[in-house]
Write a protein that binds this ligand. Sequence first.
Ligand code: FAD
Length: 280
Amino acid sequence: MKAAAFEYHRALQTQDALKLATGLAGGAKFIAGSQSLGPMLNLRLSRPSHLIDISDCKELRSVEYRNDIIRVGASITHAEIEDGVYEPLRGHPLQQVAARIAYRSVRNRGTIGGSIAHADPAADWVLASMALNANIEIMSAKAIRVVPMHQFMLAAYTTALADNEIISAIEFPVLSKQARWGYYKFCRKTGEFAEASCAVLFDSHARVARVVVGALDGTPAELPRIAEKVARSGLASLNLTDIIDALATIMPNKDLIDRRLYANAVWRSLELALGPVESI
Ligand SMILES: Cc1cc2nc3c(=O)[nH]c(=O)nc-3n(C[C@H](O)[C@H](O)[C@H](O)COP(=O)(O)OP(=O)(O)OC[C@H]3O[C@@H](n4cnc5c(N)ncnc54)[C@H](O)[C@@H]3O)c2cc1C
């Protein structure tokens, strides 16, 4: 199937895109890498009358330190993050996350802001942003507001973003030298969305212990008791049954086979962060 007819507009400034969207109220949609919206247009699941391309907006195309955060412009592509094109992201956990998204042709075009706006529960940036306690910077024609990621995504494909707002950047707190990060995504074939995923962050300096499970039916969910136990007593104090039991609270409708899959994703991300343990 082909997309229904639409008019294409290309903005080079975010304010121009926002003004355009206000003027075309109702039938306009922003487009960045087109890797999620493109298929939806072709399947006619989305039929906007106007597409406003924001992928070249200058303000959305930078990565910089701002005090204790790394501010990643929304139109930065997965591939640019993977390749460490921008100095603040070299050696950062986000590089590994980007490298596991789909395959290179998708990463060349897909953007971090597009992924967060799309809010697919299995998306890699959705989970990583939650685990890294990111804030989402949102711009309208009149103001800029900043919303924590855990308040930004409300449900599957549902966010706090209004039609006349653009995600301008994602703000990631700078990690301390003590920070330990682990990210594990289970999918059967390269290039697929996760069937189960987990991201963990332990940072004794910042007093953070976080275990977040992704690829659920809705938003990613934390396992605070598992995180506390590992932070207090180490990974060797934990076994797979503890994780399977904890998962029951965030996925009551999943059967034991599913929970085992997620439990292994949790275990592997913990091992990636904290080092291997002989047996579980
Ligand atoms: C074959 C395939 C495999 C994939 N596998 C994975 C995977 O394994 N993991 C994964 O995480 N993703 C995967 N994806 C999705 C991919 O990461 C997309 O790039 C991403 O979801 C959307 O980013 P985009 O820039 O392409 O956004 P677009 O498709 O251009 O837009 C998506 C939505 O976000 C809105 N939007 C875009 N940018 C902004 C902004 N700055 N502010 C406000 N709204 C905005 C658009 O209006 C639209 O509603 C896959 C895609 C394909 C085609």
